[in-house]
Ligand binder design. Structure first.
Ligand code: URA
Length: 211
């Protein structure tokens, strides 16, 4: 059965409120996205396979755990996911980053699948898919199908905001999926934006919202 974990933690909620604020600058926005990603990382990586090893402390020999090889693949749904992917990669040594480039058409909300670059051995890796917003679920659905068709079997999705409509779509299409999200918002509007939301995450991250 699909698992949806909402963090709803005060440190996360504080930063989400700052992300929502339309006066937050692009520079601050990026910083808050990075901080939320770090706060989500522990939950997002709970299922990563580990290998037991022996380690010698200054006092005695003991056993510890290291992330199993090959390390996980963090898959960024471009472009908004890139900053989350880089942040997670700094926390997980031996992780690789894959990219899936998807753009949604402003009117039809159809997905234009324009770029894919994934490691050759991705089917041997645990995948952590990052996208700040789970809205209609259209792009996430395309990305998950691509990964599953490539042979990936273990996937956790990490979002900052999601809405009930997107969660319903993804969990019914992918019943084994695990979603870790900072906050589930109220609903989707007719233009495919999450309400109350934070606007267009990619535009706010890259400072392109006044195009
Ligand atoms: N993508 C965004 O960046 N924001 C939304 O509200 C929905 C999708």
């Amino acid at each position: 059965m699909a698992t949806v974990i909402e963090l709803n933690n005060p440190l996360v909620l504080d930063r989400i409120t700052r992300l929502r604020d339309k006066t937050t600058s692009s520079r601050e926005f990026r910083q808050f996205v990075k901080e939320i990603t770090i706060l989500l990382a522990a939950e997002a990586t709970n299922d990563l396979p580990v290998t037991e090893v022996e380690v010698e402390t200054p006092l005695q020999i003991t056993t510890g755990q290291l992330i199993s090889q090959p390390g996980p693949c963090i898959v960024s749904i471009m472009r908004a996911g890139n900053i989350m992917a880089e942040t997670l990669r700094d926390l997980i040594s031996d992780a690789s980053i894959g990219f899936i480039g998807l753009a949604r058409q402003p009117v039809t909300l159809e997905i234009d699948d324009y770029y894919t670059n994934l490691p050759n051995d991705i089917s041997d890796r645990y995948c952590v898919v990052v996208d700040p917003m789970l809205a209609t679920g259209n792009s996430l659905s395309v990305a998950l199908r691509k990964l599953i068709e490539t042979g990936v079997t273990q996937i956790t999705v990490v979002n900052i905001l999601a809405c009930p409509e997107g969660i319903e779509r993804i969990t019914s299409e992918y019943p084994d999926i695990r979603i870790v999200v900072a906050k589930v918002d109220d609903r989707l509007n007719e233009k495919g934006y999450i309400l109350p939301g934070l606007g267009d995450a990619g535009d706010r991250i890259y400072g392109t919202d006044d195009r």
